[in-house]
Each structure stands twice: as C-alpha cells, then as structure tokens.
Design a protein around this ligand. Sequence first.
Ligand SMILES: NC(=O)c1ccc[n+]([C@@H]2O[C@H](COP(=O)([O-])OP(=O)(O)OC[C@H]3O[C@@H](n4cnc5c(N)ncnc54)[C@H](OP(=O)(O)O)[C@@H]3O)[C@@H](O)[C@H]2O)c1
Length: 293
Amino acid sequence: MGRSLNILGCGRVGRALGSLFVRHSIFSRVTVCNRTPESSRRAAAFVPKAKAVDSIAEMPPCDAWMIASADSAVQEAAQLLVAQQSLVEGNLVFHVSGAQSSEVLEPLRARGARLGSLHPVRSIASPELVVTSFTGTACAIEGDESARAELRTMVEAIGGKPFEVDSRAKMICHAGHVFASNYLVTVVDVARRLYEEAGIPVEVAETMLPPIVRGTVENVCALGTTEALTGPVVRGDASLVERQLSALSEVNPEIASLYRELVRHATVIAERRGHLPEEAVEALRRIQAGQGA
Ligand SMILES: NC(=O)c1ccc[n+]([C@@H]2O[C@H](COP(=O)([O-])OP(=O)(O)OC[C@H]3O[C@@H](n4cnc5c(N)ncnc54)[C@H](OP(=O)(O)O)[C@@H]3O)[C@@H](O)[C@H]2O)c1
C-alpha cells in the first residue's frame, strides 16, 4: 500500500513538497484539504497520487500530516486536527513555517503525535520550478527526536540538505532569511527609487540594476560577505559617506536614515576585513552617530 500523507493547506510549499515526496516514493498516497474545494482540487491536480477532500473531517487515517497553510493558520489547523478521529498515535505531524517552532503543535502531543517542523530555506514562488530544482536546498528541522530523525530522512530522500535548529532560535534564524531575501529586495527597491529621484529614465534604471545586483550576489556567493563588500565604507572614505548622507537627507530623510543604519553594519564588515586605519573607522562611527566626520 505504501505510506500516506495528509496535507492541510496545499499552496506553493504544500504542492512543491507534496510532489517531491511522491516522486521520491516517500509517500504513495496523498490527501489535500485547503480552504475552498476548488483550491483543494487544483492542488490535488498538481500533486501526483493526490486526492482532494472538502473538510478536515473527510481526511483518511495516514502516516504523516503536513500543515502547509499560512503561518497564522498553523495553530488553528493544529486545534482542528486534535479533534479528528483519523489522527492516530504515532502519526508524524509537522509544519513548514520558518518562524514558528513545533511548540505550536503541542496540543497534538496528548493524542500521541510526534511533532516537528521542516522549513525549506528558499523563496518558493513557483512550485513547478522548485520541484525540478530542489536538490541542495537547505531545510531547517526541529522537533521531537523521532520526528527530527524521520524529517531528516525525508529531506535527504528528496535531495535537500537538512540541518537542525534549536526551537528557541527559530525566530532569529528566520529573521536572517528575511534579511537575505526580503530585505535584499527592499534595498534594491530603494536603489530604484533613488535612480528615479536622480531623474534616470525607468528604462535606463532597468538596464542598470540587473548587472549590479547579479554581480553583487555572485560576489557574495563566491567570496563571502567580508570580501564581497565594495564602496566608500570599506575604502574608509568617510568624507564621501558624509556628503552622500547630507545629499540624501535633503531629498529623502527616511532613506537617509536607512543609509546611516547601513553605514554602521557596513563598518562592521570593514573592521572584520581588518585593513582600514583606526581613524577611518572612528570617522565612520562619528558619521553614523550623527556627529560628522
Ligand atoms: N513561499 C515561500 O517562499 C515559503 C518558503 C518556506 C516556507 N514557507 C511557509 O510555508 C507555509 C505556506 O506558505 P505558502 O507560500 O505555500 O502559502 P500559500 O501559497 O498561500 O498556500 C497556503 C495554503 O494554505 C491554505 N490555507 C490557508 N488557511 C487555511 C486553513 N485555515 N485551512 C486549510 N487550508 C488553509 C490555502 O488555501 P486556499 O488556497 O483555499 O486559500 C493555501 O492553499 C507558510 O507557513 C510559510 O511560512 C513559505
């Protein structure tokens, strides 16, 4: 018969992981339940060997439950699940949220469930793309010992790279992902707004951004952040930093304040690289503190 998986909330991540688990023979039967029947049917059409049901009460007994609904709905899903007959002792129940730990599933422990979380560390916009390019994706795992062991085996089987994260550190680890992905995009958007402010035509800005962003990301990946940083801070050019900050304050004080904060963190990198004279570091610190070079 093979092992079976129930997916509560089968959106982008649910579709991607569900498909990978079936393709790699971890599970041979899948049942999905979303908020609306239409959405459940669309998800079941995507995941091989999957069928859709209209409510959690219709989900059959299974070996594992994956809760892949939005972060805010994980707790509610756990509360609904605790009342289901189909949940049986020894079931693995895991969610895929990066920010929450498996503690949110705690009510299910009294029903004999093994609790964990499996967070694929990548931006999943298209499940189609992820299914064909999952190999090497880091996956954070935490939870009960036996849940962790099973999740590790599952991740390895689909080509992922499992690593364990402490339940209490999950939120901070996720904040790192938010900076590496979401705020990277945000900072690039700030650059786009400054080009606009400088009167650069949109079509020119669109040709400028890809090479500078791609080149920077490639440098970070190839050299690491300490060696990849270029620009006035790492050159110790405090006078340029001060003039740039003053120009920015005139056109957009909010962006100037972001620039000032980033000078602080770029100075940390410059110090780590260890080639700047102490006076340059001091001047950058004074500018950062609003005291001028
Ligand atoms: N996308 C990413 O880059 C990414 C990466 C790693 C981890 N994650 C985590 O993965 C989880 C899901 O994210 P996603 O991007 O896959 O979201 P998504 O595409 O919006 O999918 C969420 C799914 O959950 C369903 N859902 C929401 N509330 C529900 C409820 N109360 N009961 C049943 N189903 C419910 C939705 O159903 P309907 O379609 O009917 O609305 C939808 O199918 C989140 O915890 C997120 O943090 C996301």
